[in-house]
Design a protein around this ligand. Structure first.
Ligand SMILES: Nc1ncnc2c1ncn2[C@@H]1O[C@H](COP(=O)(O)OP(=O)(O)OP(=O)(O)O)[C@@H](O)[C@H]1O
Ligand SMILES: O=P(O)(O)OC[C@H]1O[C@H](OP(=O)(O)OP(=O)(O)O)[C@H](O)[C@@H]1O
Length: 218
């Protein structure tokens, strides 16, 4: 039997802020402001469609395990975690880039061969390890959960691997970008079983969002 319920996992902050206008354009409106509320399950104007509010780093887990049918997650989080998800749409929101940064004036510059055994602070240990391993550079990784830019200032690390958007956080902390790993935006992710078992609902959401993105691009 077809399940007429669709659960969408979103995280508070940037993703919620940028995703709600997209959902609005496809006719899905939360019944209360999820940012103002402490509720973690928020209904919508569409019967059977609800939002679950989770940490940004938890979105792939909720969707992979089917606790949510779809979700919105940054490419950074998706690459770091490597969850088994269907990723049909780049929503073009939450744009930033993953970079290596170091204190301004640091001698090693952008020659990775001189980076051996440097300590790198990051929230993304898998991405960081893979990136340097591919260059044949051994690094010691210090896993942090935020404020990465502080680490080189207090001697916790030599460099950081983190996200940059405007560049303001790097600049205000005397750091400079020395290498870009890749560009980032947020993606719609879908549970693979839900794609089959709830195909009409899921494909309707994907197609409607794709239409909105096409309109925005033209
Ligand atoms: N400065 C930024 N500009 C644009 N997009 C960003 C920026 N920082 C992060 N993002 C994107 O937004 C996503 C969510 O980031 P946000 O800061 O809202 O959550 P978080 O605090 O990193 O998550 P968590 O609470 O799980 O640690 C990131 O995964 C990334 O894809
Ligand atoms: O280039 P900018 O526009 O300054 O943006 C970059 C900052 O944004 C993110 O931090 P966030 O605001 O999520 O805080 P966090 O330290 O808690 O991760 C990221 O980790 C950088 O610190």
């Amino acid at each position: 039997m077809l399940d007429a319920k669709l659960t969408i996992a979103l995280s508070k902050g940037r993703i919620l802020e940028d995703t709600l206008p997209l959902l609005e354009r496809v006719g899905i409106r939360p019944s209360e402001d999820p940012d103002a509320s402490r509720k973690l399950v928020v209904g919508t104007n569409r019967p059977g469609v609800e939002l679950v509010i989770v940490r940004a780093t938890d979105v792939p887990t909720y969707v992979e395990f089917g606790a949510a049918d779809v979700g919105v997650a940054g490419r950074d989080v998706l690459l770091e975690q490597g969850a088994d998800l269907y990723e049909p749409l780049d929503l073009g929101i939450g744009k930033c880039r993953m970079v290596v940064a170091e204190p301004e004036g640091m001698a090693a510059g952008d020659d990775p061969s001189r980076w051996d055994r440097v300590r790198i602070a990051t929230k993304y240990p898998n991405i960081t390890r893979d990136f340097f391993a591919r260059q044949g550079v051994q690094t010691q990784i210090v896993k942090l959960y935020g404020s990465m830019e502080l680490a080189p200032l207090v001697g916790l690390a030599d460099r950081i691997v983190d996200l940059v958007s405007s560049g303001r956080t790097l600049e205000e902390n005397g750091l400079v970008e020395v290498e870009t790993l890749f560009g980032i935006s947020s993606r719609l992710v879908v549970n693979k079983a839900a794609l089959k078992l709830k195909h009409p609902l899921v494909s309707d959401l994907i197609d409607s969002l794709a239409g909105v993105l096409e309109d925005k691009a033209s």
